[in-house]
Structure formats: C-alpha cells, structure tokens
Design a protein around this ligand. Structure first.
Ligand code: ATP
Ligand code: MG
Length: 435
C-alpha cells in the first residue's frame, strides 16, 4: 500500500459517542465508518483485518471437517412461524415486506434455514454426522446498538450447525468445536476464557461461551486463576437482581469484590469482564422436531436429528482484538490481525537518499511477499508517526535524518522502542523480525 494513494482517512478526534478504545481507534484510524445506528462500513484497512480474521476462522473449521455454505440473508417469515420463533424473537428480528406484501425476515441467526436445507436431503444415519457453517451477514434490531463493532445491528457472524444420529455423537462434535474455537482464538493472539453459559433464546442444554478478557467487556464472569474453570455469572447466580447489580459494576468495582465460594480445584474465584466472541450450544432435537427433519436409523426408524450450533462474532472480533491490544496512542494489532505488518516511514520525501532507500526497501519487501506499506506523503515526520501509532502497524522503519550516518530505525509499536540499524542491513533485519 502506497499511503499517498491509499484511502485511509485518519482523524484526530472521534465522535463523542465513541467511548470504548476500539470504537474510537477504529473510527479515528480510518478502519470503519458509521452509516447509522449499529451500521458500519469497512474501509480498506478494516476490510483487510476482517478478511484476515475470517480466513483464520475458515481455515480451522475446514480442517475440523466443517463445510462452508452460504444461506440467503432474507428468509420467508413462514420458516420462523414453523419453529415458533416469529413469536419469541421479538423486535430483534427485522421484518420486511416485498411488493406482493409477503413478509420476510433479515436473518438474525439460521437454525431454521439450515434445518430446511438438510431436511429430506440427508435421510440416512449413514450420511451423518454433518457439520455446515457460513460466514455471513446477520441483522438484529438490538435495543441498544453501541460500542461500534461490538454491538452492531448488522454484523458478520460465523454460524455453524451440526447434525447427528445420537446425543453421544453430537457431544463429540461439540467438544471438537470447543477445541477448534480455542485454536482460532489462540491464533488471533487473544487472551480468552471458555465459560459455562446460559443457553438464552436459542434453547437446548449444554452451552459454552468464549470470552476475550477485557475491562470494557459487557459480560461479567467468575474465573479461577489456578485452573481453567470459568462461568458467566448468569449461570451461577439465581436472582435476576443480583445478576443485574453485578453486571452494572465496572471492572474496577468488581475487582474489589471477593467471592466466598471456592473453585472445585480449591483455589479462589475472581470476577472478570469479558467480551463474548463465541458461543456453542447443544441443541438436541428442538429444531429438527419442530420442523420435522428426520433421518432413518439402523433399524429403519425415523428420528429427528440431534443438533448442535456454533457461533463466532467475526466483526465483533475486530473490536475485541483492539479492546485487548491498545494504548493511549491507538491500536496495537496482533501479528495475525495486523492490516500490514510493516510500515516504511520516509521522513522527508524531498530528500533523495531517504526517498530512494524507502522506495527500494518497499519494492524489495513487497516482492518478497511481505505485507508492507510506505508512507510517502508530503507530511511532517511527527504527523506520519502519530498516524502509524494510531493505525498500529506492528513495525515501522523510520528512514530519516540519521540516514546521513547510514542509520535507519525500527520502531516496535508494542514496546515503543526504537532500534537503530545499519541501512544496508535493514532488509535482512526486517525479514528476520517478521519470520
Ligand atoms: P450477546 O449476548 O452479546 O447479545 P448473543 O448471545 O445474542 O450475544 P449469539 O446468538 O450467541 O449472540 O451469537 C453468536 C455470536 O455473535 C456471539 O457470541 C457474538 O460474538 C456475536 N454477536 C451477537 N450479537 C452481536 C451484535 N449485535 N454485534 C456483533 N456481534 C454480535
Ligand atoms: Mg450468546
């Protein structure tokens, strides 16, 4: 990316409703822009990050044997009437009418559509198990869309659905997906917890959430520091008032609270705040029964599929990475999510030596397949440096005044350290660093 030609509209200020770091920095860094309440456009840098996350999700799911499909985003209301959810989903489900006055829904989730697709096409136990997923737009008319990509109305979700001939096999797949999700969030460079969860409106038993630990998280969790036990407070507190009171407390406030109960491993439990980035449910036969989706077992008896469902908030993850990785100056992308690994900052493009080294380095690194940008704008050094910090490239090579002495600098965004390097060794140093 040549910065002088790129569409990366960074700004000094964020709108006043952007209170969370991710919301602020993604807007200011020119990653996204707001199109209306809970509606966002992804500009070039935002789109690269989103696609990187999507690619990791897809790679791990494909490896685990799940198959990608794509369902239509607009679904006929009849589908939701048959499952009973046209009643229970309430106002979150946005309904629209076409020119014939037929009613449709912008998909908030896709259990029904997926069951309908598989129904009558998979008819024998021999064709099971089956795990299908999509990474597609969802629409939920959230009561309070806020915090930028964290809680949008239109957002990108990976939703997966599996079909089985027995409960045991469904649980085996549930465990496989738990392991796969852990791989995904680890590859994204996130500090996360798997916690026992409430199954909410989707129904069924056995439900786990994946939370990125961050002070700004909307969920309150109880976690053990010694073992990997964790639970959403919604599952372990009985009274609604108690849950709401705990949820309303800030990270600082809940840190002060002690928990009387101990973990089954004997250690102390603590409160944490989390951002829900994934949710897996054991559905059982809730939807297959309601929609009469059957297969024939070994004895030729018709039975409803045993099902599980698996979600990941793909666009929410863009924000979650930044909630966990930022500082006062802006974004600090992880290696697997950075829009570009390296930025070459030519301090004064009118200086021939600086300019030609910058250009040479840029072309050579690009040729070697490295994700590199060059800031070749006619701007002041300080301005370009601030921009690089706001956007959060993991490394910036500063080609500046010191080049007179044969020296350039490598700036590490995370540690903010500047390392002087001989100009004729910088290519090797960079390729070593990015290995
Ligand atoms: P939440 O409790 O945060 O409202 P949910 O339980 O309604 O989420 P699921 O139905 O489990 O969400 O959806 C799967 C995943 O989609 C969630 O784990 C979350 O990461 C993501 N997600 C849900 N709602 C939104 C939203 N409004 N904006 C962005 N991502 C969302
Ligand atoms: Mg959920």
């Amino acid at each position: 990316m040549r910065r002088s030609r790129a569409f990366v509209p960074t700004t000094k200020e964020a709108p006043s409703d952007a209170t969370l770091p991710s919301h602020k920095f993604l807007l200011r860094g020119g990653f996204i822009n707001s199109q209306g309440a809970g509606l966002y456009n992804f500009m070039p840098l935002g789109k690269i990050v989103l696609e990187k996350i999507r690619a990791i999700v897809k790679e791990e799911l494909d490896l685990a044997g799940s198959q990608e499909v794509q369902l239509s985003f607009v679904t006929p209301i009849g589908l939701w009437e048959r499952s009973g959810r046209s009643e229970t989903m309430g106002k979150e489900m946005l309904r629209i009418k076409d020119r014939h006055a037929s009613e449709f829904v912008l998909s908030p989730t896709n259990e029904e559509a997926m069951v309908e697709m598989v129904k009558n096409r998979v008819t024998s136990y021999k064709d099971l198990p089956l795990n299908l997923y999509q990474i597609n737009t969802k629409f939920r008319d959230e009561a309070r869309p806020r915090y930028g990509l964290m809680r949008g109305r239109e957002f990108l979700m990976k939703d997966g659905y599996s079909f089985h001939s027995s409960v045991e096999d469904m649980i085996r797949e549930f465990d496989l997906m738990e392991a796969t999700y852990k791989k995904i969030f680890t590859r994204l460079g996130l500090d996360f917890r798997v916690v026992a969860a409430d199954s909410g409106a989707i129904g069924g038993e056995g439900s786990k959430e994946f939370h990125v630990l961050a002070n700004s998280g909307e969920d309150t969790l109880v976690v053990c520091e010694a073992c990997d036990y964790g639970a959403n407070i919604e599952t372990i507190y009985e009274s609604e008032e108690e849950i709401d009171a705990l949820k309303a407390k800030s990270y600082e406030e809940i840190q002060e609270l002690s928990i009387e109960k101990r973990c089954s491993c004997g250690s102390e439990l603590h409160f944490k705040k989390g951002i829900e980035v994934g949710h897996i449910f054991q559905l059982g036969t809730k939807y297959s029964s309601a929609l009469e989706a059957h297969f024939n077992d070994e004895n030729g008896r018709a039975k409803p599929f045993e099902m599980a469902t698996f979600g990941i908030g793909v666009s929410r993850l863009v924000a979650a990475v930044i909630e966990q990785n930022h500082d006062e100056e802006g974004c600090v992308w992880t290696k697997s999510t950075a829009p570009y690994m390296l930025n070459i900052l030519v301090s004064n493009i009118k200086d021939d030596a600086q300019n030609s080294l910058g250009e040479e380095l840029y072309n050579r690194l690009k040729g070697a397949g490295i994700e590199v940008t060059i800031d070749d704008r006619k701007e002041r050094f300080g301005f370009k440096m601030k921009d690089a910090e706001l956007i959060g490239f993991p490394y910036t090579v500063i080609v500046g005044k010191e080049l007179e002495n044969g020296i350039v600098e490598i700036f590490d965004r995370k540690t903010k350290e500047n390392t002087p390097v001989n100009a004729d060794e910088v290519y090797e140093k960079i390729t070593e660093l990015l290995k």
